[in-house]
Design a protein around this ligand. Structure first.
Ligand SMILES: [Zn+2]
Length: 194
């Protein structure tokens, strides 16, 4: 059964209203409720940090529901959500301030990953898709793709939840970023390879 937001997405409801993801490989844009982010006009130079999160939930849908809810008690949101198979949804415009990392919100883009620290550990498909998204953002905002500029929630601000926690494999994630970057750079040459 398709959820309310899948139905809206599939029927083109959001697209007709101008909600088309800025990231070309995203599955769609399902807007967060205006209670859950701050409208801004950040310019490219205002954005200097990527913050990595895990949702603690099971599905992209539960994060989308939380961000879209008018009565979300914590008024939380993130710019992007990466599902367990690597499907990506945008929920907040990059120029706006999503509510995901306290005082770091002002200068950052927040990326949620559907995973937890119990059984749903981050998947390789998520690392792959997230790496491509992060490289797109780093290029767009002239952010170096390194650990000074790609940080975990709990590294930028004290947080009560373990985010992204011990099962987020930073070595593997950064290795994936470097492989994807090589592939992107090789892109024009790939058809010429045997
Ligand atoms: Zn977090």
């Amino acid at each position: 059964m398709a959820s309310w937001w899948e139905k809206a997405l599939n029927s083109g409801y959001y697209e007709k209203r101008g909600f088309v993801s800025e990231y070309p490989s995203a599955a769609g844009f399902v807007p967060a409720h205006s209670n859950n982010f701050t409208k801004m006009s950040r310019s490219a130079s205002d954005i200097t940090l990527i913050v990595i999160h895990i949702t603690g939930g099971d599905t992209a849908g539960s994060a989308i529901n939380t961000f879209a809810a008018e009565d979300n008690p914590n008024h939380t949101s993130a710019h992007y959500i990466v599902g367990r198979t690597g499907k990506i949804y945008q929920t907040v415009w990059e120029k706006d301030r999503a509510h995901h990392a306290g005082s770091a919100n002002r200068r950052s883009i927040g990326i949620e990953h559907v995973a937890d620290n119990r059984t749903n550990y981050p998947t390789q498909e998520q690392y792959n898709a997230s790496a491509a998204l992060v490289l797109y953002l780093c290029r767009k905002y002239s952010i170096p793709a390194d650990r000074e500029h790609i940080m975990g929630h709990q590294e930028v601000i004290t947080t009560s939840h373990n985010c992204p926690g011990p099962y987020w494999d930073w070595a593997e994630y950064m290795r994936t970023i470097s492989i994807v970057r090589t592939l992107i750079n090789l892109g024009p040459l790939l058809p010429l390879l045997p």
